[in-house]
Design a protein around this ligand. Structure first.
Ligand code: AMP
Length: 155
């Protein structure tokens, strides 16, 4: 199965944000869409980075954001903008990639989100959940084919 097949079912919408926006804006977008990652894009739509819930959690740990239960505020030292926190070196895939290849890339690089690009433009976003689902569907299909073959069933 190819990434293109997954995107055909899932759709190609990608939620993006500008690097000049605040982390507060980013958290709002993640919550509003119920997603775990935003692709950071420039004025021309080019990919400049990726920001995931992991980055925000790391920041919470580093700056004790809201979590310490103390009135003491660290907010002045917290990097406020998306571009200060995002990962700049973005790993991307293409629609022609095989799902099992993408699974290996995500596992090896310890990332759960992979923007898909085609001809230099964003063409979708694949999460580790999409990849696992696609592999389960493919495995079930193969098991069914093998069972039918062994039982001599034809259609
Ligand atoms: P994730 O597991 O996807 O939430 O991300 C874990 C870390 O890897 C975070 O620091 C992300 O910014 C970074 N990351 C996630 N996806 C990618 C990607 N496709 N390319 C580069 N870094 C990524």
């Amino acid at each position: 199965m190819l990434i293109r097949d997954v995107l055909d079912k899932k759709g190609t919408d990608v939620v993006t944000i500008g690097g000049e926006r605040t982390l507060h804006d980013a958290v709002g977008l993640l919550n509003q869409h119920g997603i775990g990652a935003l692709v950071v894009t420039g004025a021309g739509g080019q990919i400049e980075g990726i920001l995931t819930e992991r980055d925000i959690l790391r920041l919470c740990g580093e700056f004790r954001l809201f979590l310490a239960g103390s009135s003491e505020s660290d907010s002045e030292t917290v990097p406020p903008f998306v571009r200060d926190v995002m990962t700049r070196d973005v790993v991307v895939g293409v629609p022609e990639d095989r799902v099992d290849y993408v699974m290996n890339v995500m596992t090896a690089k310890r990332i759960r989100h992979l923007p898909i690009v085609q001809e230099g433009r964003l063409a979708g976003m694949i999460s580790i959940g999409d990849v696992v689902n696609a592999q389960v569907v493919e495995a079930e299909f193969e098991a069914r084919m093998l069972r039918d073959y062994v039982q001599g069933r034809t259609y």
